[in-house]
Write a protein that binds this ligand. Structure first.
Ligand code: IPE
Ligand code: IPE
Ligand code: MG
Length: 252
C-alpha cells in the first residue's frame, strides 16, 4: 500500500472528491446480520477515507450520508442512521480538531432530529477555522431540492429588485447552491456496483470524472481509495478541448 501511495503522490490529486457511500445493507445481509449492522461498519470506512484524504492532500471531501429519499426507509433504520450520526460526531470531534478538518453540511437540516442538528452545529462551530480538509456531509440532501431552493432564493431577489434577470448567470446560480463555498467536484466515486447518481450533486458533477466499483462501502478502505485515485490520474480531462490542446497546454 505504501508503494501505491507513493505513485499517487507524484501525480495530480483531485481537489474535490465526492462519494456515494452505498452497499451497507447488502454487506450486512451477506453476514446474515440486520441492515443497521452494515451502517455501523460503514462508519469505519468513513474514518479510513477521511484519514486517507488528509494523507494524500485531497482538499475537499463530500460524503452522501442521507438523501431526501432515504426518509422512505423503515423507521428503525432511519432512527439508527440518525443516532449513528450523533455518536460519530461526538467521537470524531477530537480527530477533526487534531487534523485541522473543517466540517460542513449540505441539505435541509431543519427536518433532522433536534439532537442531530445540535451536534452538527457544535462540530461546525468548533472546526470552522480549520483548513487542511473540508469535509462536507450531505444530509437530507437532494440535488432537485437544492435546485428548487436556488430558484426560490433567486426569484425573491428578482422580485425585490436586488437582482435583474439579465444578471443571472452560472456564477450566481453557484453562489445560491448549498455548495456555494465548495469548488466543482473533480472525482465522484460510487461503491456497491450501482451506476447511478441518486439525486446527488447534479449541477456540481457537470465535469467530474466518475468511478464505479462493486466493492461494498464497509469494505472500501484506504487501498481501494488509492486505487480509485490512480485510475482518476489516468484520465484526460478535456473540458471540451481537443487532446492536442491539452497535451501542449495551448488554447488555439
Ligand atoms: C448506503 O448503503 C447507506 C445509506 C444510503 C444511508 P445502503 O443502506 O443503501 O445499502 P444497500 O444499497 O441497501 O446495500
Ligand atoms: C444513495 O444511496 C444515498 C446515499 C448513499 C446516502 P441509496 O442506496 O439510497 O440509493 P438508491 O435509492 O439505491 O439509488
Ligand atoms: Mg443503497
Amino acid at each position: 500500500m505504501e508503494n501505491l501511495k507513493k505513485t499517487i503522490l507524484q501525480n495530480t490529486i483531485p481537489n474535490h472528491v465526492a462519494i456515494i457511500m452505498d452497499g451497507n445493507g447488502r454487506w450486512a445481509k451477506q453476514q446474515g446480520k440486520p441492515r443497521t449492522f452494515g451502517h455501523k461498519k460503514g462508519v469505519d470506512s468513513v474514518r479510513a477515507i477521511i484519514e486517507a484524504s488528509v494523507e494524500i492532500g485531497v482538499n475537499y471531501l463530500t460524503l452522501y450520508a442521507f438523501s431526501t429519499e432515504n426518509w422512505n426507509r423503515p423507521k428503525l433504520e432511519v432512527r439508527t442512521l440518525m443516532s449513528l450520526l450523533v455518536s460519530s460526531l461526538r467521537k470524531e470531534l477530537k480527530t477533526f480538531v487534531d487534523n485541522d478538518i473543517k466540517l460542513l453540511t449540505i441539505g435541509d437540516l431543519s427536518h433532522l432530529p433536534k439532537k442531530v442538528q445540535k451536534e452538527l452545529t457544535e462540530v461546525i462551530e468548533k472546526t470552522k477555522n480549520n483548513k487542511t480538509l473540508t469535509l462536507t456531509l450531505a444530509l437530507n440532501y437532494g440535488a432537485r431540492d437544492e435546485i428548487v431552493n436556488v430558484i426560490k432564493k433567486i426569484s425573491k431577489k428578482v422580485v425585490n429588485n436586488q437582482l435583474s434577470i439579465e444578471e443571472i448567470n452560472e456564477k450566481i446560480i453557484n453562489n445560491h447552491l448549498y455548495t456555494f463555498s465548495l469548488p466543482d467536484v473533480d472525482f465522484l466515486i460510487r461503491t456497491s456496483g450501482e451506476k447511478r447518481i441518486s439525486n446527488f450533486l447534479l449541477w456540481q458533477v457537470a465535469y467530474a470524472e466518475f468511478y464505479f466499483t462493486t466493492v461494498l462501502w464497509p469494505d472500501f478502505k484506504e487501498e481501494n481509495y488509492y486505487k480509485s485515485i490512480l485510475e482518476y490520474q489516468k484520465r484526460e480531462r478535456r473540458f471540451g478541448k481537443t487532446s492536442e490542446q491539452i497535451e501542449k497546454n495551448i488554447n488555439e
